[in-house]
Design a protein around this ligand. Structure first.
Ligand code: PLP
Length: 223
């Protein structure tokens, strides 16, 4: 068994039923992704469209590629044939572009709405109030080629575990509120993506259904 396989196995053993691992493979070569694949990993997360599109043909067709980085509208067309889920929807404009490009190639794509909860202003995503108002006025309705599956968030980059837990709980509470208010008839609205290498256990404790783990599997990022 490879080192990568061991690390994946160790994480998966600790994930409750219904919580899935996204192996964040940005800046790692396809050989390492193949090792993860051979260990049974099927969901891979990438931050950059070009990198995802370049890697996809080198891995088996049953890989589910998740876009987790900030996405520019002019890259959506290139991404669309390859991506399984776009986790980083951070504006109405982006979601409309995703709808248009998915329709263009006659597919439906899963998305998550990215919620901004971290202290850093550099991180992207909807503010909670903004997301609630966008949903209230129905701006995210009538998009037949997107399936809104839930929320994605990144916690503040800090050693303060209390702060991180508070943010994860806020995401969970917001998910529940949005589910009740706007998606109660939508069984597919069932995903919360949060937690990375240093804090995925905390994220699971607060209701994550997808954890995005990179360096704890693949080591420090390369090239
Ligand atoms: C890089 C990245 C991760 C994984 O980070 P690690 O600390 O390497 O586990 C998770 N989510 C997003 C959005 C990222 O950009």
């Amino acid at each position: 068994m490879s080192d990568i396989a061991d690390k994946i196995e160790l994480i998966k053993q600790q994930l409750p039923l219904g919580v899935n691992l996204v192996a964040v493979s940005k800046y790692h070569p396809v050989e390492m992704l193949q090792q993860a694949y051979d260990a049974g990993q099927r969901i891979f997360g990438e931050n950059h469209v070009q990198e995802l599109v370049a890697k996809a043909p080198h891995l088996p067709g049953d890989v589910q590629w998740h876009m987790i980085g900030h996405l520019q509208t002019n890259k959506v067309r290139m991404l669309m044939p390859h991506v399984s889920m776009i986790q980083s929807i951070d504006s109405v404009k982006l979601l409309r572009t995703v709808e248009k490009e998915a329709a263009r190639i006659d597919r439906v794509v899963d998305v998550l709405l990215q919620l901004h909860v971290a202290r850093e202003t550099t991180k992207t995503g909807f503010a909670t109030g903004e997301l609630l108002s966008v949903l209230s006025v129905g701006e995210l309705n009538d998009l037949p080629h997107v399936r809104i599956r839930g929320l994605m968030a990144m916690a503040t980059n800090t050693d303060d575990q209390i702060q991180i837990e508070r943010e994860f709980q806020l995401v969970s509470d917001t998910f529940r509120l949005i589910k009740e208010e706007f998606f109660s008839a939508h069984d597919e609205f069932d995903q919360i993506s949060m937690g990375m290498s240093d804090d995925w256990q905390l994220a699971v404790k607060h209701g994550a259904t997808l954890v995005r783990v990179g360096s704890a599997i693949f080591g420090p990022r390369q090239y």
